[in-house]
Each structure stands twice: as C-alpha cells, then as structure tokens.
Design a protein around this ligand. Structure first.
Ligand SMILES: N[C@@H](CCC(=O)N[C@@H](CS)C(=O)NCC(=O)O)C(=O)O
Length: 213
C-alpha cells in the first residue's frame, strides 16, 4: 500500500498510528502542503478534496478521509484490533474520534488558518482566540467524554482509533498555542500513548519529509 501524506498533517498522523499499531508496512509519498502540492491536478485526480491523506490499497483503490481509512484498515487487517470489543465502547471510541476529526481539526486546518489570516485579515491574537474557542472547546468536550470511558487510554485499556485521533490533535494544539492546561485526563492518555513504539514510529519528526531544526 502507499500512503500519500505530509509529516505534520494530523490526519495523516492518525493513519500512520493505525498502520503502526497493526504492524502494516507501506510506501510513503510526501505531499508538500506548504508548496500546495495537494492542489496539483495529479493529486486532485486521486482526491478531489485536495487534502491529505490518501491510502492507495494493494488493489489500487484510492481511499481518502482518515476515519474511513482507519475503518478500512480495521476491516481488512482485524488483528490487532483498534476498536473495543463491546458495541457501546466501540460507538464511544468512534464518537471521540469523530469529535476530534469533525469538530476540532477542520476548524484549524491549513486552508482555514490561511483564510482567517489572508482573507478575513485576522491578526495572530484573533486567530489564537478562534483556535481556543472552536478546536479548544471540542477538546474540552473530549476530556469529558473520556472521563466516562477510560481506562489507560481514551476508551479502555488498549489504544483505539480514539487515541489515534487524540495524539495528533494534541500535537497540533500544542503547536498552535491552544490552551490544554485543564485537560488532565487527556494529558495522561497522550503521555501514555507517545511512550508506545507504534506512536513513536508514527511521530511527525520520524517521517522522511520532516523538516528538522
Ligand atoms: N477530514 C479529513 C481531513 C484532512 C485534512 O484536513 N488534511 C489536511 C492536513 S491535516 C490538509 O490536507 N490540509 C491542506 C490544506 O488545508 O490545504 C481527513 O480526516 O482525512
């Protein structure tokens, strides 16, 4: 399989975590978001959304949307599982993943931040206020959701798709100055996750296109 992604993309990072937890090897094709490569005709032919990641399966299918990709990986490579066994716990893990992927990350995506700064002319203080108001409040909701589902991880005692979404979101939130200080349970889960080899392998700084220094 081939993963098209960008080292600092949180949606790509989610898929890398899922692949690493399942021990799946893949080729990696960097798409430089800062150079706009996601908008090239060749890339748009694979993903009309103009977003990373996409996963090209061994059958040649181009899959987009990180949550759908993780669900595909779970179905095609069920062992080890990245969803809980219990149906209610599965729904809770999916709900946490969706809260991060649908309510938090889209409001801080590169194209949104570019729009806020370049077209809506918001200054750095106003952009930071936006980030704390929208993605920040979604993360506060996730803290409350995990208070009732935990375990060592977001849901239960093994990593799931919820953790595969949490860790990249936390990494991005730290980078963009979102205040995470009240989110003590999520901080504990984040620290526990990043100590695992699969999360280490998936870390942005360990990708071939990482810009160091
Ligand atoms: N819902 C999509 C989100 C994908 C997404 O937002 N990707 C970002 C990087 S994390 C991107 O490609 N941004 C490029 C841009 O904003 O132009 C998913 O989960 O795959």
């Amino acid at each position: 399989m081939k993963l098209y992604g960008y080292w600092r993309s949180s949606a790509t990072y989610r898929v890398r975590i899922a692949m690493a937890l399942k021990g799946i090897d893949y080729d990696y094709e960097p798409v430089n978001l800062l150079k706009g490569e996601q908008k090239s005709p060749a890339y748009l032919a694979k993903n009309p959304n103009g977003l990373v990641p996409i996963l090209i399966t061994d059958d040649g299918a181009a899959l987009n949307q990180s949550l759908a990709i993780m669900e595909y990986l779970e179905e095609a490579f069920p062992d080890p599982s990245i969803l809980p066994c219990d149906p209610i716990a599965r729904a809770k893990a999916r709900a946490i993943a969706a809260t991060i992927a649908c309510e938090a990350q889209p409001l801080m995506n590169l194209r949104i931040q570019k729009y806020l700064k370049e077209e809506a002319s918001l200054d750095d203080i106003a952009v930071n206020s936006w980030l704390n108001r929208w993605p920040g409040s979604a993360m506060a909701a996730v803290e409350k959701m995990t208070a009732e589902t935990g375990g060592d991880y977001c849901v239960g005692d093994t990593p799931t798709i919820a953790d595969a979404c949490l860790v990249p979101q936390w990494f991005a939130a730290l980078r963009f100055g979102i205040d995470l200080s009240g989110l003590t349970r999520l901080n504990e889960v984040y620290e526990r996750c990043i100590a695992l080899p699969a999360f280490e392998k998936a870390h942005p700084m360990n990708q071939p296109d990482a810009v160091k220094g």
